[in-house]
Design a protein around this ligand. Sequence first.
Ligand SMILES: Cc1cc2nc3c(=O)[nH]c(=O)nc-3n(C[C@H](O)[C@H](O)[C@H](O)COP(=O)(O)OP(=O)(O)OC[C@H]3O[C@@H](n4cnc5c(N)ncnc54)[C@H](O)[C@@H]3O)c2cc1C
Ligand code: FES
Length: 360
Amino acid sequence: MTSATEATGATAATGASPVTLTTSDGEHLAFGCAPGQTVLEAATEWGAALPAACRRGTCGSCRATVTGGSYDLDTHSPQALPPGDRDAGAVLLCRTRPHGPLTADLPYGNSRILYGGVPVREGTVTALEPVARDTVRVELLLDEDEELGAGFQFDAGQFVEVRVPGREERRAYSLANTGNWDGRVELFVRLRPGGLFSSYLHDRARVGDRLTVHGPQGAFGLRETGTRPRWFVGGGTGLAPLLSMARQMAEWQDPQPARFFFGVNETEDVFAEAELEAVAAEAAAFAYEICVWRPGPEWRGAVGTPADRVAEALRTADAADGLPDVYVCGPPPLVETVAAAALAGGVPPEHVFRERFLPT
Ligand SMILES: Cc1cc2nc3c(=O)[nH]c(=O)nc-3n(C[C@H](O)[C@H](O)[C@H](O)COP(=O)(O)OP(=O)(O)OC[C@H]3O[C@@H](n4cnc5c(N)ncnc54)[C@H](O)[C@@H]3O)c2cc1C
Ligand code: FES
């Protein structure tokens, strides 16, 4: 890998700003950022594809923390980068244009950076199954790749970008299955009225359609933190990457006790009960509950939001198991209320891992 010193020397002649990014496991990436380029573009040009999805400041996938240097931050969504975080030095690398030398910390390890670029694969839709109101389970089988073979290897928690058929736009979807040797991809997609990919799925998608998939990519995933319990908290299709993590724990027979809190708004929104039940049957120590915020009279399960359930569970947590690592995913308001409940219940901030589903 290029050293920081080499990059600084090389950039002096080109007018590029020297940028040094440091991963959470201490690797340094040093490259030049040409005038007018964003740090994300410069990193890609240098040969390092960093986790990113929308590349236009709406999704928050490319967050980092600047530790030195000055920069311009292009327009972005306040959900992707809240003003308080921005004032504390957080940036979106797809919107960051350095004025001179810049250093920043990345919130993930070197293994999440794709030095050969993001793999692009073609695949065939093998299942399209409405599983709840506005939610579709999509299954793909990727073609065999000359270099990667037939399989699809990824870390539980990662996402792929799927190109909208007939268009250039791509949308990010979290993988719900686990890495496999057949090239299988399983996604849960919430249909948004008038949405580009949602309209394709709703109006014209058919089994047998061909789709282009970019990935796997993304920094969300299981952390090796010893034997602490793992709690997974998902809202709506935010269940997907957490289901992948729970399935991986079951496949590997991980010993950590795990709990899964899955929250939806109404009874018609419930899905994936069979999948959670299958994990419970296979895993070493796994319990799950589905909670409905505004249930109909027929609902017999838990009532409330996942944040309520997490707060209550932390009050009554078995002290012998210790405080859990909390993995939370879904729409930003859910992610923030669950994170707040976890912190209020005594979980240290560095043990709360978040993935926000924002527009890509
Ligand atoms: C890392 C990551 C992983 C994701 N994984 C999943 C997943 O597994 N399942 C899933 O269903 N979605 C997921 N998303 C969201 C997904 O990428 C799309 O944004 C969403 O499916 C809408 O795409 P669309 O083309 O149908 O709508 P668009 O044409 O993009 O938008 C239509 C309208 O809906 C609004 N909108 C779009 N997305 C959202 C959103 N997430 N929240 C609120 N409003 C929105 C837009 O602002 C617009 O008004 C993920 C997002 C990220 C960043
Ligand atoms: S990739 Fe930068 S905010 Fe989406």
